[in-house]
Write a protein that binds this ligand. Structure first.
Ligand code: SF4
Ligand code: SF4
Length: 436
């Protein structure tokens, strides 16, 4: 059974929160949707993967369609990615999988957006694609599904390393490899001091730590000089962001008018959430409810706000506080697409300009040369659900693909496997370290 195979091989969503794919393979659906939209600026790894491994991706998609008895497949891909589209198209079985051609907008890869583009269906507020008969899988996840059907567990990750590096490129890397090794493989940084956006500028994390490692969900590293606008604005302490927001927000509501979730018909209103900054906790609850259906795409903060404020961060704060207080907002109004939605879409070119990263928008080609790190630290938590528990002792020799951490059923989670041949040097509460 495919679901069991995927669980044993540790397949999880490769493009987001790392939800175990085995659970998706157990559902019964109408539409299986491949997500090749890839809308984080500068990251091009899915486009490279589709251009070089189309047969494997489509094979994984067909395996998922068989397992879920999906009656149709939709392959979400941007028309501008001509090489990827030309590579994928001949592999799509006519009448079974149709391409869903997407414009070059942000954020076309959001599940709610993609399900709507592919099927015309709107996911219920705070819901998941399954509720409208759909399952969405990132294209790299589908590649990993194909590998699992051959008995190959997930031990490597396909990433783009781009921005201020000498050789921006996309490549396979063992899970647990340090960012230092990844940057070296891309020729090293071009700036003497720099920061790293992990997984994207819009929705990713940020770090200065070169000892951090890639996981099964790392999509790429974007290196920017430390004095770049995106880093200086990010480095402001949280208290300061909220203080500035409180005094400078003029309630123009541009943040709401450009919000993709609002335009799809969900009750997300970041301009109202900004009002929460001026109230006590009791008063702020009222305004924070407008943050609950926010997907954290970052467009309000990094594109829409003319005052350069932080409505997305206010939404993050609102969501955290409401969760802690056990509050839940239920949208009463039916979800109805805003009549201006199509006219307010944000082209990637305009977004790059606004982010001041146009100079870094260069090809990020696939490099098939192997990256062989001297050691890896494989994280025990790199998927949704329970972290893995070590299933190997320190000092033992391991082979690539050998099980080193497990999550016992029926708990949600995924096992982890050695990503290089070597010897287990250390086991900590966070990771298992292997030296080659
Ligand atoms: S766009 Fe900026 S200034 Fe306008 S309401 Fe939103 S946060 Fe306030
Ligand atoms: S981050 Fe801002 S633009 Fe994006 S969904 Fe949330 S409120 Fe809307």
């Amino acid at each position: 059974m495919l679901s069991q195979t995927l669980r044993e091989c540790g397949v999880v969503g490769a493009g987001g929160a790392g939800f175990p794919t085995s659970v998706k393979a157990r559902s019964e659906i109408e539409f299986m949707i491949a997500n090749g939209a890839e809308c984080e600026p500068l990251i091009h790894k899915d486009a490279e993967l589709m251009a070089h491994f189309p047969a494997e991706i489509v094979s994984g998609m067909l395996a998922m369609m068989d397992a879920t008895r999906a009656r149709a497949g939709r392959f979400g891909i941007k028309s501008k990615n001509a090489a990827a589209l030309d590579a994928i198209r001949p592999h799509l079985p006519a009448g079974r999988i149709e391409p869903t051609l997407l414009g070059d907008f942000y954020p076309s890869g959001d599940e709610y957006e993609l399900v709507y583009a592919a099927t015309g269906r709107l996911i219920p507020p705070a819901g998941i694609p399954l509720q409208v008969g759909c399952v969405v899988n990132n294209v790299e996840t589908l590649y990993n599904v194909h590998q699992a059907t051959l008995g190959v567990p997930v031990t490597r990750k396909f990433v783009s390393v781009c921005g201020a590096v000498h050789q921006p490129k996309s490549f396979w890397v063992p899970v647990g490899t340090s960012f230092r090794d990844l940057l070296d493989f891309a020729g090293g940084p071009t700036a003497p001091t720099f920061g790293i956006f992990v997984g994207g500028i819009m929705m990713g994390a940020f770090t200065y730590d070169l000892d951090e490692v890639d996981t099964k969900t790392t999509t790429g590293l974007i290196v920017l000089p430390k004095d770049h606008y995106l880093i200086t604005r990010r480095d402001r302490p949280e208290q300061e962001l909220h203080r500035i927001g409180k005094s400078a927000c003029d309630q123009c509501s541009y943040c709401t008018e450009f919000c993709p979730r609002y335009l799809l018909g969900y009750e997300v209103m970041p301009h109202k959430v900004m009002r929460s900054l001026g109230f006590t906790l009791a008063g702020s609850e009222l305004w924070s409810q407008w943050s609950e259906l926010c997907c954290g795409c970052g467009l309000c903060t990094l594109y829409a706000c003319p005052e350069d404020l932080y409505p997305k961060e206010a939404c993050d704060k609102g969501k955290t506080e409401r969760r802690a207080a056990g509050l839940r907002f239920v949208q009463a109004k039916p979800v109805q697409v805003h009549p201006m939605k199509e006219y307010r879409r944000v082209p990637q070119s305009r977004l790059r300009q606004r982010l001041n990263i146009d100079d870094y928008d260069v090809p990020c080609p696939y490099d098939p040369a192997p990256l062989r790190p001297a050691s890896v630290r494989v994280r025990l938590r790199q998927h949704a659900g329970q972290p893995a528990a070590p299933a190997i002792a320190s000092g033992r020799k391991v082979k690539t693909g050998q099980l080193i951490g497990r999550v016992d059923e029926p708990a949600l989670g995924a096992p982890i496997h050695a990503s290089i041949d070597g010897k287990v040097r250390a086991i900590t509460p966070d990771y298992i370290e292997i030296v080659a």
